[in-house]
Design a protein around this ligand. Structure first.
Ligand code: GDP
Length: 430
């Protein structure tokens, strides 16, 4: 999901702005515990779509911009796509405003300057000094009178990166399958996820059905863990073959597959599971767990060895985590959402063909008995996985090598290499 963060010194009206933007229609508001205890998060539902809104207001202790606050804001900004820089539209700029401005400039994220408390249009005349902050036109808003919010939403959507995502995750949630060899750490990871303070389990799993799906919400984003019973049952109680069958079934039901990898036990099993998922059109996230067992100085070596053993899966994203320390647990979810969205990318036909004509002009297309392959045009009729159909003069002229070459180009040029997109070649008369 897109992420938008509100930054600004105390008392400028950040939390009123936050509440106003969330409005009544919006989903969960969670006080986020832990290091980032003082962040407020909620999902804004607007006409153009949803985004996660984060208020950093609670991070300030006084009204001085201190290093301690800055470090926490740094974390909040990590995957932010737009920053709302809130300043009081009714009083003079303070030292802290200038310091925050300087900080945001260095961060280089797209910033929207929001002037708060502008209850009366007449007050807009006083906004001149705000240009000194160097973020262009301020957007005047009033949380009290609900002014300027539509304009602000518009500005936010203008700055959010454009993605051609076919469907937002359904209300039921993104379906995740946790798979991996016995003892990889699946059930420990499942427990770590469900025990996480930031996870809100919205539905108690039923006890009657054998395959238990667990629904939960993380940062306002609903997820479903598919067949958790299959993970919890120890292999001793579940014949190995049945365990495999269950994980293959879970893969087929999932939107995104979390392949749990023990860094000291890697081999064919992992490759087989990953290939099965990719062939089924499911994106795979490599979740390297038990990372607490890897000593800091050994980490580069272990990473390197893993890379070699998983060479065939080099293009897949990976997260290093641990069920015990819970490091990077958040990242599993943000990566899962990213993969879901990427797998739902639709490249508009015009863009696809523009790319294709530039590309075909540069390469030598294969020949068959002196007759060249011709590609007329391409379309993408399907998502999840993205499927591209190429209309060509003779499909049988397409060699395996050429197909792989084209696949690599699409992966790189269209940014799809992390998901299992497909190519289809169809004949068309010249
Ligand atoms: P499963 O068969 O894939 O569900 O694996 P389990 O979750 O039962 O874990 C297998 C073993 O690895 C158990 O002894 C766990 O205590 C241990 N384990 C799992 N995750 C971690 C971790 O993150 N760190 C450490 N040190 N041990 C772990």
């Amino acid at each position: 999901m897109h992420k938008v963060v509100i930054v600004g010194r105390p008392n400028v009206g950040k939390s009123s702005l936050f509440n106003r933007l969330l409005g009544k229609r919006s989903a969960v508001v969670a006080d986020v515990p832990g290091v980032t205890r003082d962040l407020k998060e909620g999902v804004v539902e607007s006409e153009k779509g949803r985004f996660l809104l984060v208020d950093t207001g609670g991070l300030w202790s006084g009204d001085r911009w201190e290093k301690k606050i800055q470090e926490k804001v740094d974390q909040a900004l990590e995957d932010a796509e737009v920053v709302l820089f809130a300043v009081d539209g009714r009083s003079e700029l303070t030292q802290a405003d200038y310091e925050v401005a300087e900080y945001l400039r260095k961060k280089g994220r797209p910033v929207i300057l929001v002037a708060t408390k502008v209850d009366d249009p007449k007050h807009e005349h006083y906004l001149g000094p705000l240009y000194a902050l160097g973020f262009g036109d301020p957007i005047p808003t009033s949380s009290e009178h609900a002014r300027g919010l539509e304009e602000l939403l518009e500005a936010i959507w203008e700055k959010l990166p454009v993605r051609h995502i076919e469907s937002e995750p359904e209300v039921a949630g993104i379906k995740l399958a946790i798979v991996g060899r016995p003892n990889a750490g699946k059930s420990s990871l499942l427990n770590a996820i469900l025990g996480e303070e930031r996870v809100i389990v919205s539905e108690e799993p039923g006890t009657t059905r054998d395959a238990i799906d667990v629904h939960f919400t993380f940062r306002g984003q609903p997820f479903v863990l598919v067949d958790t019973a299959g993970i919890r049952k120890r292999p001793e109680s579940l014949v190995e073959e049945l365990a495999i069958r269950r994980s293959l079934k879970a893969i087929e039901e999932a939107d995104v597959v979390l392949l749990v990898v023990d860094p000291f036990q890697v081999g064919d099993r992992e490759l087989k599971l990953a290939n099965h998922a990719l062939e089924a059109g499911k994106p795979v996230l490599l979740v390297i767990t038990k990372w607490d067992l890897v000593r800091k100085e050994e980490a580069p070596k272990v990473r390197r060895e893993l890379k070699e053993k998983l060479a065939h899966l080099e293009h897949l994203p990976r997260v290093y985590t641990s069920a015990f320390t819970k490091q990077n647990l958040d990242k599993i979810f943000s990566e899962a959402v990213r993969l879901f969205e990427l797998n739902h990318t639709r490249i508009p036909t015009a863009e696809l063909n523009r790319w294709l004509s530039v590309w075909t002009a540069k390469v030598q297309l294969p020949n068959f008995k002196g007759k060249p392959l011709k590609i007329f045009y391409a379309t993408q009729p399907e998502v999840a996985p993205p499927t591209f159909v190429f209309f060509v003069n003779h499909p049988e002229f397409v060699t395996r090598a050429f197909e792989n070459y084209l696949k690599n180009r699409i992966g790189e040029d269209l940014g799809l290499k992390e998901v299992p997109f497909r190519l289809v070649f169809r004949g068309r008369r010249e």
